[in-house]
Design a protein around this ligand. Structure first.
Ligand SMILES: *Cc1c(COP(=O)(O)O)cnc(C)c1O
Length: 371
């Protein structure tokens, strides 16, 4: 039985007819950028996450950078970033002129370690950039208490956490800003590149809107040096439609995860993902830990059984070549380094069937039993 890592077909077909109608009207109006579809998406997305403002952008990476810029953080400033995330989190900091400071993560949830944050704070630290990795909210109470103690801002990276809940509140409104990605493979995907920034702070919102459009709110009058981070109307149309489906798709992901949890329970050397008390995980990825150096062999065995899998992420950011100049070395962030050797992402998307999940779990069981 074939189990692909990801499939976008069903989600695409579900919204196809309604999106095509919107596309026709965009073409008729020739209003291709930041028009009424983007505005509708911004309103629906804010409502969905219980946050006041959304700014539609052209990528999640733009959101990472804009979050830093709109928080008045730049040259000479430091922002604390978990070592185990996609590089865009750190790139946003770098592109805004500040320096990412990498810290270790927690072994069980893969998320940023609040105690490690406190130890990394210096005179230059301006913000913490937690990532709700794989769809699980980071420990925001502990992070907020460190932020309050040192007067730091919190920039959430919500690229993987659409609709995730932290103690009764959705991610995206738990800090000063939050950045979002709608890359096609994310839980809520555009039909191309798109991203967003959300915030409850009106000042940040107004500044982010200006920075998205070359620092201007009146055409050709530029109050700030900004960028072009504007969202396409076509992506706004897709995302406006998807806002009314994402909660249902998220429930399906949780169902798939619960099948995995059952199927993988008690297999020696396999650690299913732990979920922190009080949060709801949205399973952008379902990531297990494979102990005893068996990860590569298991991945090969799965491939032989037509089960695709992935590594998120194979190199922790403090050891990646792009950040060599920051001077980190092997052994600096031991948990992130160990996880890079042991994590394995299993197929995850809303339409996976229980038979497919059973095939994945049985393949893993066979592999371990044969050791
Ligand atoms: C995907 C992702 C981004 C970047 O989003 P793009 O839309 O691809 O630019 C940023 N942070 C994390 C954690 C991501 O997974």
């Amino acid at each position: 039985m074939k189990v692909p890592f990801l499939s976008l077909n069903t989600a695409t077909e579900t919204v196809r007819t309604d999106v095509m109608k919107r596309f026709e009207s965009i073409i008729d109006s020739t209003g291709f950028v930041c028009g009424k579809n983007v505005a509708e998406f911004e309103e629906s997305f804010a409502a969905l996450h219980g946050v006041k403002y959304t700014v539609g952008l052209d990528s999640g990476t733009a959101g990472n950078q804009l979050a830093v810029m709109a928080s008045d953080i730049g040259n000479g400033d430091e922002v604390i970033v978990p070592a185990n995330t996609f590089i865009a989190t750190a790139e946003g900091v770098s592109m805004a002129g500040a320096t990412p400071v990498f810290v270790d993560v927690l072994q069980d949830t893969f998320n940023i370690d609040p105690d490690a944050i406190a130890k990394a704070v210096t005179q230059q630290t301006k913000a913490i950039n937690p990532v709700h990795l794989f769809g699980q909210p980071a420990d925001m109470d502990a992070i907020r208490s460190v932020a309050d103690r040192y007067g730091l801002k919190i920039l959430e990276d919500c690229a993987q956490s659409h609709c995730a809940d932290h103690k009764g509140q959705k991610t995206g409104g738990l800090g000063n800003t939050a950045s979002w990605s709608f890359y096609p493979g994310k839980n809520m995907g555009a039909w191309g590149e798109a991203g967003a920034l959300t915030t409850n702070d009106e000042g940040v919102y107004l500044k982010a809107r200006m920075l998205r459009d070359h620092g201007s709110s009146v055409k050709y009058h530029h109050d700030l040096v900004g960028h072009n981070f504007r969202m396409s109307e076509f992506q706004g149309a897709v995302l406006a439609e998807k806002c009314s489906h994402i909660e249902r798709w998220t429930e399906k992901r949780r169902q798939v995860a619960s099948w995995y949890d059952q199927g993988l329970n008690g297999i020696p050397g396999i650690v299913p993902p732990a979920v922190m008390e009080g949060v709801s995980h949205v399973y952008h990825l379902y990531v297990i830990q494979v102990k005893n150096g068996k990860r590569e062999a298991l991945q090969e065995y799965l491939a032989e059984n037509e089960v695709a899998s992935g590594l998120h992420y194979p190199v922790p950011l403090h050891l990646t070549k792009a950040y060599q100049s920051l001077g980190y070395g092997k052994g600096d962030l031991p948990i992130a380094e160990q996880l890079a050797q042991e994590i394995l992402s299993l197929p995850m998307y809303p339409e996976l069937s229980d038979e497919q999940v059973e095939h994945v779990c049985n393949s893993i069981k066979e592999f371990i039993a044969a050791l």
